[in-house]
Design a protein around this ligand. Structure first.
Ligand code: AMP
Length: 645
């Protein structure tokens, strides 16, 4: 049952107790907020519920605010620190068994029935009597324990994890066990997107400010909108609550940008480009604007940071630390800038490089390079870095400058190294034949196509946005083959004949951010060679789960029920002939057709996308957009197809 806000307020510490060191946000207050959020799908209501919760935390226990935020987004630190909460089902089940005294087989049967160990843990707790009532859980206590669990490694790690989880479970009341288990399993699934958390945070600070109480309704609305924009923008440049929350508490929203800026050492989510289908589309979009065409290199995005103390770090598109993978690039960084350059952040693509022939090698070669424990001497696959943007320079962010200025700074202050570090190849022209020739040259040079970017007007760097100021033109779009999708593999069918002993086909899903769920999009059995089939089998058979997670959205149609379910751990790039409305698949359900999803026709495997996490997979909204854009300019028919599994 949904708790009322009054019930929740009663659980929060009171203002009088707030000065005491024992004043911590009760975990129960956070869980009641989760219950209320889970009970609605309306974004405005969710924002309102969370804003009120944050307002109380800010007034009563401000030092717990960062931890509350992390628990809402189910993380234990900034994303770039790469600390994962993903405790396996078997450990969680053992902890529930130990905490409740239930039988493991009966528990497993309940999990298969409910599809959610969290709910089963909550119900199991209800049946359990305890002798002494433990102290109620607090937010810092739960957060610290989750963090400790994520850090446990080595011998007897399983037992230590189970002990800590059991202790928390024994102290749980009401619905707390459900959310602890879901947090540990890696997904809360209450329908709370991070953007809503940022919005609620901004609103809470505005509404807690006594000045705003005197404002007219319109003025207050403007104030709330501008605060939200500030907090969201700052977060794109400095994506860490560890710095943003203390700065908000100390200086308020309006002064936040002065205190929280892009900082070398903290990766930002890169700017992304919109796909286009023809060069004329590009020319239409950029009419009357200056723009530049660049080679679109086919490798791995690399954000190179040099800090004032001279240390260097490299991050992936996903904010993963790549420094251990690329010691050879790190070794070359001191030589790429002129002597008076002290600090910078560069946006680049690292591509495999043939030193003898002095040419770019295809992406497939780069993907065979070792990812960990690499020493510069051991490197077998050589890489060359192509730099295309400068985001921070000598102590200052330059993302707000137009690309023309950023590029000029790059060219004036950085030095190319033959076969090691180059400026991305670019040209300026609005002549379609010239651009076509440049595109052909890019493709001959093992590039994917072109990136076309505004130079002066609307030409700032927009972190984490798929912006229309950057357009990508890939050779495949032009030949009508369509863009690729990055999908999560969630199930497999055992192979027959030549494929016996491996999985012969797979069930794939896109990710719906708003609903926090993976939605099935196609069954795929094409594009594999024997080696990749064996590799997928080896990897995925270690990630099987007994039943589909309750955040997998799949129909009951037997054609889309695989023999084996997988945990959502790997992303694959997939190409298809086109997209069609599907009676059985659930991708983008409700976005294009009310009770139907979208599926891919003739999907085929292209490659594993190690640089993307499951929640970075193609989103439901992008699937809907791809479907709609092919309808504007149809290459194939788009009728609903019942044979489309
Ligand atoms: P896509 O992954 O198809 O959305 O394409 C965007 C990716 O292309 C970026 O994340 C970069 O890794 C890569 N890329 C290659 N060359 C460039 C370039 N000149 N400008 C921007 N991105 C590039």
């Amino acid at each position: 049952m949904t708790q009322t806000p009054t019930a929740m307020a009663q659980r929060m510490p009171t203002a009088t107790t707030s000065r005491s060191p024992r004043n911590r946000v009760p975990y129960a207050a956070l869980c009641e907020t989760f219950v209320q959020i889970e009970a609605t799908t309306k974004r405005l209501e969710i924002t309102d519920i969370l804003t009120k919760f944050f307002q109380r935390v800010i007034s009563l226990s401000p030092s717990n605010l960062t931890q509350c935020i992390y628990l809402c987004i189910n993380r234990i630190g900034p994303e770039y620190e790469g600390r994962e909460l993903h405790v396996g089902d078997s450990i969680l089940m053992k902890a529930v068994v130990e905490a409740t005294g239930r039988n493991l087989q009966a528990l497993k049967a309940d999990v298969v029935e409910h599809g959610d160990l969290g709910t089963v843990a909550e119900q199991s707790r209800g049946k359990q009597r305890t002798l002494a009532t433990p102290q109620p859980l607090t937010v810092p206590q739960v957060f610290d324990t989750l963090k400790t669990i994520s850090e446990i490694t080595g011998t007897s790690s399983q037992k230590r994890k189970i002990d800590l989880i059991r202790k928390m479970l024994v102290a749980c009341r009401e619905n707390e066990a459900k959310y602890i288990i879901r947090s540990l399993a890696g997904t809360l699934r209450i329908g709370l997107a991070e953007q809503t958390v940022l919005q609620s945070l901004a609103r809470a600070f505005v509404l807690n400010d006594s000045e705003t109480r005197k404002m007219s309704k319109d003025k207050l609305e403007n104030e709330l909108a501008s605060a939200t924009a500030i907090v969201k923008q700052v977060y794109t440049e400095l994506p860490t609550y560890d710095q943003i929350v203390p700065a908000l508490l100390e200086h308020g929203v309006h002064h936040l940008p002065e205190h929280c800026k892009l900082t070398p050492g903290i990766p930002l989510k890169p700017m992304l480009a919109h796909p286009t289908k023809s060069l004329t589309e590009v020319l239409d979009r950029f009419e009357n604007m200056t723009f530049s065409c660049e080679y679109k290199y086919d490798g791995e995005r690399a954000q190179i940071h040099r800090l004032e103390d001279g240390s260097v770090m490299i991050f992936s598109r996903n904010s993963e630390n790549l420094s251990v993978k690329y010691p050879d690039i790190i070794a070359r960084v001191p030589a790429i800038s002129k002597p008076d350059v002290t600090s910078f952040v560069l946006d680049c693509e690292a591509v495999a490089w043939d030193r003898e022939k002095k040419c770019i090698l295809p992406f497939q070669v780069l993907s065979t390079r070792k990812k960990k424990d690499v020493t510069a001497e051991e490197v077998k696959i050589q890489v060359c870095v192509f730099v295309f943007d400068l985001l921070y320079f000598n102590g200052k962010p330059v993302t707000g400058e137009p690309l023309k200025t950023r590029r000029q700074l790059l060219e004036e202050n950085f030095i190319e190294i033959e076969g090691g570090f180059h400026f991305s190849k670019s040209m300026e022209s609005s002549n379609v034949e010239e651009i076509q020739t440049f595109l052909n040259e890019a493709i001959v040079g093992n590039c994917e196509g072109l990136m076309v970017k505004t130079l002066e007007k609307e030409a700032s760097y927009e972190p984490s946005k798929r912006s229309r100021n950057w357009l990508k033109v890939k050779k495949d779009y032009l030949s009508g083959l369509g863009d690729s999708l990055d999908l999560v593999v969630i199930g497999g069918w055992y192979g027959r004949g030549k494929r016996t002993g491996t999985y012969g086909a797979y069930l794939l899903a896109c990710y719906d951010e708003d609903r926090e769920e993976y939605q099935s999009i196609c069954k795929m059995g094409t594009g594999f060679d024997d080696e990749s089939l064996a590799g997928h089998y080896k990897f995925l058979s270690e990630h099987t789960i007994e039943a589909p997670k309750n955040y997998y959205n799949i129909s009951d149609n037997p054609n889309v029920r695989p023999d084996v379910w997988f945990d959502a751990v790997q992303v694959w790039e997939v190409k298809c002939a086109d997209l069609s409305i599907s009676p059985v698949h659930r991708a983008a359900m409700g976005l294009v057709a009310e009770d139907k999803g979208i599926s891919l026709r003739f999907p085929r495997f292209i490659r594993i996308r190690d640089d993307k996490g499951p929640s970075d997979a193609t989103s439901a909204a992008q699937v809907a957009e791809m479907y709609q854009s092919q309808n504007i300019n149809p290459v194939h028919g788009n009728k609903s197809r019942d044979d489309d599994f």
